[in-house]
Write a protein of this length. Structure first.
Length: 392
């Protein structure tokens, strides 16, 4: 144990945050900026390979159908991400590719997105089929008849972005340790401490459990049937030599919810990213083997051939198995533990949460320090045991 880690064990913190993914990292970062003493604890380290925040890239887009709260949070987060990256001199961690929403005739979700984007003041273009074919001849649009294009949106280089947040947090007085926290036990109403897997004691005035897919493992009686980690496969296909039509600026980040796929252009020459947005089978984040399945890969190849025919023979150059962490309908969980006044449960990223990290962390820090009212749709009481996805 280092001297710094030994010293950390002797102190009591204002807040201990369990989980150093994007939710926990930004909650800790905002709490530290508010002047609190903060410990950030993670079993494997910030944005590790098992975490939902551990991938190479994540989409940041403003469109959320009728869900104005998420459009506003995403808009706020984009500004905070860019401010942060500029301050730490890492502007490359946001890739301003733009985001293209593909739609069919009378598409209610994209139509609702158009109205909310206009209300909130988000820049966008509405493109008809002729304009789409002119602008993106490398895309075979098939049943797609129109689209929305968000020019200011794009992709975040996820793993490195979270690690940059944690590094800045520690450089400004926060403590970060790699260790696994045990589930709270003992007295009710006020939690004084938690123990770690190694038997150490962490003392704090408040605790934020932002541990993603591990929440139902730590709180099985409360969350086992309300948060569902699912296996999600992501593929990177190699583009032909010298081919730039599938990299920015020629290719945007794109979303085709009609076929339940999304993707990110060839960033940093890593390959053209394609991923299904359907919920996969249940997954244990600690023990799951992270091998892709032939059937899901075949489905991705069929879509790739259909929508991007020039990549029909593209080799698979990289693949990842990550996870979604789904609530019953896709809303976030941000609420107090019903048994403890000073314990907060923060999770339910549900496959769309990464982009919201800065605004969500700001919101959590405000609830912890100012005792504000929790938005109704984020409360534990709204998390049903039957899954019916409503937020995308």
């Amino acid at each position: 144990m280092t001297s710094a880690a030994a010293a950390a064990l002797q102190k009591s913190y204002d807040v201990a945050v369990i989980g150093a993914g994007v939710f926990g990292a930004f909650a800790a970062w905002h709490l530290r900026r508010a002047g609190k003493s903060v410990l950030l604890l993670d079993a494997y380290g910030a944005a590790h390979s098992r975490a939902s925040s551990g991938g190479e890239s994540r989409v940041i887009r403003m469109g959320y159908g009728p869900d104005e709260i998420y459009t506003r949070w995403s808009h706020r987060s984009l500004g905070l991400w860019r401010e942060f990256f500029d301050r730490v001199k890492r502007p490359e961690l946001f890739q301003p590719t733009g985001v293209l929403w593909m739609a069919r005739d009378r598409d209610p979700y994209t139509t609702a997105s158009e109205a909310v984007l206009q209300k909130v003041g988000v820049r966008f273009e509405k493109l008809d089929r002729a304009e789409l074919e002119k602008r993106y001849p490398q895309i075979a649009f098939g049943a797609v008849t129109w689209a929305l294009f968000e020019p200011d949106s794009g992709a975040l280089l996820a793993r490195r972005a979270v690690q940059a947040v944690v590094q800045d947090f520690t450089q400004n007085g926060g403590d970060h340790r790699i260790d696994a926290a045990a589930a709270p036990s003992g007295g009710r109403r006020v939690l004084a401490s938690v123990t770690t897997r190694g038997g150490d004691t962490v003392r704090a005035g408040a605790f934020v459990f932002a541990c993603g897919a591990w929440l139902p493992k730590l709180f099985p009686d409360l969350l086992r049937d309300r948060i569902h980690p699912t296996r999600q496969e992501v593929y990177f296909f190699g583009v032909p030599p010298g081919e730039r039509r599938f990299a920015p600026p020629a290719m945007p980040t794109w979303i085709d919810f009609g076929d339940e796929f999304y993707g990110i252009p060839d960033l940093e020459n890593r390959g053209f990213k394609v991923a299904p947005d359907r919920h996969g089978p249940a997954l244990d984040p600690d023990t799951a083997e992270r091998r892709v399945t032939p059937a899901t890969l075949a489905s991705a190849r069929r879509f790739l051939t259909q929508r991007f025919p020039a990549l029909k023979e593209a080799p698979l150059v990289e693949a990842r198995v990550c996870q979604y962490e789904n609530t019953s309908n896709g809303d976030f969980l941000i609420d107090r533990h019903p048994g403890y006044d000073n314990v907060w449960l923060v999770g339910g990223g549900s496959g769309h949460g990464f982009k919201h990290g800065p605004a969500l962390g700001e919101y959590v820090a405000g609830r912890v320090t100012q005792e504000g009212t929790v938005e109704g749709r984020f409360t534990l009481s709204t998390k049903a045991k039957v899954q019916k996805r409503a937020v995308y």
